[in-house]
Design a protein around this ligand. Structure first.
Ligand code: ADP
Length: 421
């Protein structure tokens, strides 16, 4: 049978990139199935962190159980492909209880919540490490789509850490999420990681519900007093500077880890300790979410550009948009007056030699806030997002002035991303 690979049709968009109609139809069907599944869930909360080991899964599990203890119908989905710790925290041991019914994976009931972890499907802890990016992304996508949650008040999603293509897939695939909770530690605040996570959400139009500073101070197991071991409070300052809510601090408490020994997260057992109160405080705004906080919208939100001067970068070849931004000879950088919807300046810049990660940083230094591109892989999109640059993909090979005018007028037609790998 003829396949997309064999064929070069009129849909060939350049020498080696083909938009395959069958694949595109299949993608549409999968997207619809995922949207249908997600539409039964009122609040989807994505838990993110700049790096691993900061307590992201601990927060996700305790948040899910707290919401359930408050009488909500809750699911906990662990898609942290390289470190799925939810099975360990809930003491779900091999052989994992994965049941497939009517072509859907059935979640497991534990501690009052419905649970599913990508760890149930991996043969060994290191299996995902050796996979190539598209395989991992495919599994994450399939997993989001195929779990039979039914109707829920909340779905807490434990995402892979960082701002690479795996968390990017999660954030892009979950339609109309309530937003992200970003978990950090006092030490992590000092690094750029957590800021990258917040910028990443902003660029994806994903509301940041708030930042949680975990492992902030130590609770004495004898007297219960909280002592700051590392300088704390940085998370709150950082959140204020970045204009996102600060949800609160959770101390280091040996009981948090120990509680998992019987497969039930900390908040299931304790309700009077300082740490339990800290969890209660950080979760209160999540519990108070109303449907109006994130009205159903069919399109992902675009970020607000209004508070900075917008500069739009466009990769060029022969004076027109170049489909592969990584190999273009020049960038046009157009400054615009957003209110008047006018181009106020245009510069032609020669990019530095192509190396992964260099162009997003360089364009950020040039003041770019938006890049209009033909095609771009998800990793590159994540790097631009980290650098505070909004990405518009699938634009045609036209002159930069035309593309920018259309973008400002809201008439830019962006087609398929010709480099979706
Ligand atoms: P991540 O998901 O960010 O990789 P985990 O949630 O798996 O991190 O937490 C890493 C380790 O730290 C686990 O052993 C967990 O029990 C422990 N931990 C997390 N938060 C706390 C806390 N507030 N107090 C004590 N231990 C904690």
């Amino acid at each position: 049978m003829e396949t997309c690979k064999d064929r070069r049709t009129s849909e060939t968009v350049d020498n080696d990139q083909t938009v395959c109609p069958e694949k595109s139809r299949q993608d549409d069907m999968e997207r619809q199935a995922l949207d249908d599944r997600m539409s039964l869930i009122r609040h989807k909360i994505i838990v993110l962190s700049g790096k691993g080991g900061v307590g992201k899964s601990t927060v996700a599990a305790n948040m899910a159980v707290s919401l359930a203890l408050a009488g909500k119908k809750v699911g906990l989905l662990d898609v942290d492909i390289h470190g799925p710790s939810i099975p360990r925290m809930l003491k779900l041991q091999e052989p994992f209880p994965v049941e497939i019914r009517d072509e859907a994976i059935q979640p497991v009931e534990k501690a009052g919540i419905k649970v599913m972890s990508i760890g149930f499907l991996l043969k060994g802890r290191d299996e995902a490490v050796i996979w190539r990016g598209p395989l991992k992304m495919g599994l994450i996508k399939q997993f989001l789509k195929d779990v039979e949650w039914g109707s829920l008040d909340y779905l807490v999603i434990d995402s892979p850490p960082g701002t690479g293509d795996e968390p990017l897939s999660v954030c892009q695939l979950v339609k109309n999420p309530a937003g992200a909770v970003v978990v950090t530690t006092p030490q992590d605040v000092a690094t750029a990681d957590v800021r990258k996570s917040v910028n990443f959400c902003k660029q994806l139009g994903l509301p940041v519900l708030g930042v949680i500073e975990n492992m902030s101070g130590f609770v004495c197991p004898k007297c219960g007093e909280v002592t700051d071991i590392f300088k704390s409070g940085g998370g709150e300052r950082m959140a204020r500077e970045m204009g996102v809510p600060f949800l609160g601090r959770i101390p280091i408490d040996p009981a948090v880890g120990e509680a998992c020994d019987d497969g039930k997260p900390f908040v299931y057992h304790y309700n009077k300790t300082e740490t339990a109160k800290a969890f209660e405080r950080v979760i209160a705004p999540i519990l108070a979410l109303s449907d109006h906080d994130h009205e159903q919208s069919s399109e992902p939100k675009t970020h607000k550009e209004g508070d900075r001067n917008m500069k739009i970068a466009i990769p060029l070849a022969d004076g027109k948009l170049c489909m592969h931004f990584g190999h273009c000879a020049q960038f046009a950088l157009l400054a615009v007056d957003e209110k008047a919807k006018k181009i106020t300046d245009k510069q032609l810049l020669t990019p530095p030699p192509h190396e992964p990660g260099v162009l997003p940083r360089w364009l950020h230094e040039q003041g770019a806030t938006v890049i209009i591109a033909g095609g771009m892989g998800s990793r590159a999109q994540g790097l631009f997002a980290e650098n505070g640059i909004k990405v518009v993909v699938g634009a045609p090979a036209e002159a930069p002035e035309k593309l920018v005018s259309q973008y400002l007028a809201g008439t830019l037609v962006s087609g398929a991303n010709v480099c979706d790998h």
